[in-house]
Ligand binder design. Structure first.
Ligand code: F0G
Length: 457
């Protein structure tokens, strides 16, 4: 088989600055063992997130120059609106400065005390916005998704039986909505099948419950459906995406992922009355309805990016590069989540560092070790990010202790990825030397962004 090459040429480059292990040791200490607190220039390969970190195309940069910056009725807005209407089939489109702003608006209106939002897995900002409104989020991931080493096609699926049971227990009138996150970021970037989307839709319809998609990575999800689900091999990504959205009442989207944009997001809806309420909030928090939280040039870049993301040569290369890294690690017995997700490769820190107990945050310890050893920045998705405390102040751990290596879109080449694999293998060979961490300062919500930690001896 021929090598699957990057389906682009590079026209503009950014330098990477090299530093030493000694320098990184000091930098990590200054950053309190929290990689969010590092300066980006001190990172060699930045796999913290695939969000807002994409390389834009020449067409998108041209769009940036064409952006119409009119306050009201900008041409770029209509381009943006039309593209989203085509993909989602939803008539009402609300631009926001990023995904969480769309979530904030939606849950400010539909959330509130004694309400519940059910999901395959809520992303952390979504959960935070739900909880901030007084409502509660409940994850109902399928059993296959909970086993990090089990190879299955759609590990992002929602557990349909659990959904039915929760509806019986909580009462449909108390359930604000069901949200399917596609792909399931916090659950390993694993896809949700069309059959699962359809089944959720049927239950929601039967109980008169709203059904939304958190659609940040809809194109990657559509590609998985095309390549893994019966009946979709000959359908275009657009057709598959349109079917996915056709079952939903609305969606939130961070355009910083599957729209190749450095900033942006939107809320798309079918309900006119709810749209009016959302737009009222939009005007006081984000901006006028035809720009929301965005400049005209951003709207233009998103509209173009939404087309480019659905190109099959791109998605083929994208998903294949995740598999490439995942397989390299798996072949060397490194515990990775399998199969590879759509935007990231996840290390299983509990298995990687069995000598570090969960209350000493093995995921964060591993992420710090990758930075120290090779200048790679990753992110912990485990008890540091999601852990809570019980009434006695003891940690209630997250289900998994993962380290996510999120791959920015169109940014790194295969040799960068080979280097990443080498660093991980070297760290794996010396894993016993890695020590646990203790949190010494933390915020109440989304603590992982700012918390300070110290290394235990
Ligand atoms: N939903 C999902 C599934 C996400 O992955 C994100 C962001 C959001 C919502 C919020 O979007 O950042 O534009 O406000 N995920 C980023 C990440 C931050 O690193 O996975 P946002």
């Amino acid at each position: 088989m021929q090598t699957i090459i990057e389906p682009f040429r590079i026209k503009s480059v950014e330098p990477i600055y090299f530093n030493t292990v000694e320098e990184r040791t000091a930098l990590l200490k200054e950053a309190h063992h929290n990689l969010f607190l590092l300066k980006a220039k001190d990172v060699l390969i930045d796999l913290l997130t695939d969000s807002g970190t994409s390389a834009m195309s020449s067409a998108q940069w041209a769009g940036i120059m064409k952006g119409d910056e009119s306050y009201a009725g900008s041409e770029s807005y209509f381009h943006f609106e039309e593209k989203i209407q085509t993909i989602t089939g939803m008539p009402y489109v609300i631009p926001t400065h990023q995904g969480r702003a769309a979530e904030k608006i939606l849950f400010s209106i539909l959330g509130g005390k004694n309400k519940y939002v059910l999901s395959n897995t809520l992303f952390d900002t979504t959960r935070a916005n739900i909880e901030y409104s007084g409502a509660q989020g409940i994850d109902l991931l399928c059993d296959e998704g909970k086993d990090t080493s089990l190879v299955a096609n759609f590990k992002g699926n929602l557990n349909i039986q659990a959904l039915q049971e929760q509806i019986n227990v909580l009462g449909s009138e108390n359930i604000t909505m069901v949200v399917l996150t596609v792909t399931n970021n916090s659950g390993g970037g694993q896809p949700v099948s069309m059959a699962n989307i359809r089944a959720v839709r049927a239950i929601c319809k039967a109980h008169n419950i709203l059904f939304y998609l958190d659609a940040c990575r809809f194109a990657e999800n559509a590609y998985f459906i095309k390549t893994r689900e019966d009946g979709y091999a000959d359908k275009s990504i657009l057709t598959i995406a349109q079917e996915m959205f056709s079952y939903a009442d609305g969606c939130t989207m961070s355009a910083k992922k599957d729209a190749f944009a450095n900033m942006g997001g939107f809320l798309a809806l079918r309900d006119e009355a709810l749209t009016k309420q959302c737009r009222n909030l939009l005007v006081i928090t984000e901006g006028f309805p035809t720009y929301g939280g965005l400049a005209g040039r951003d709207l233009e870049a998103i509209a173009i990016g939404l087309d480019e993301i659905m190109e099959e040569s791109y998605l083929h290369y994208r998903i294949r590069s995740m598999e490439y890294l995942c397989n390299k690690l798996h072949d060397a017995d490194v515990p990775v989540m399998r199969p590879a997700g759509g935007h990231a490769v996840y290390l299983d820190a509990k298995k990687f560092l069995p000598h570090i107990p969960v209350h000493e945050y093995p995921g964060q310890a591993l992420a710090c070790a990758l930075y120290l050893h090779g200048g790679i920045r990753s992110v912990e998705i485990g008890s540091f990010m999601f852990g809570k405390y019980n009434v006695f102040g003891n940690l209630i751990p997250a289900t998994h202790e993962l380290v996510r290596l999120a791959i920015p879109r169109r940014v790194y080449t295969q040799s960068h990825i080979d280097y990443v694999a080498e660093v991980i293998l070297e760290v794996f060979q010396q894993k016993e030397k890695i020590k646990g961490l203790q949190i010494i300062e933390e915020a109440e919500l989304l603590r992982h962004f700012t918390a300070k930690l110290i290394q235990l001896n």
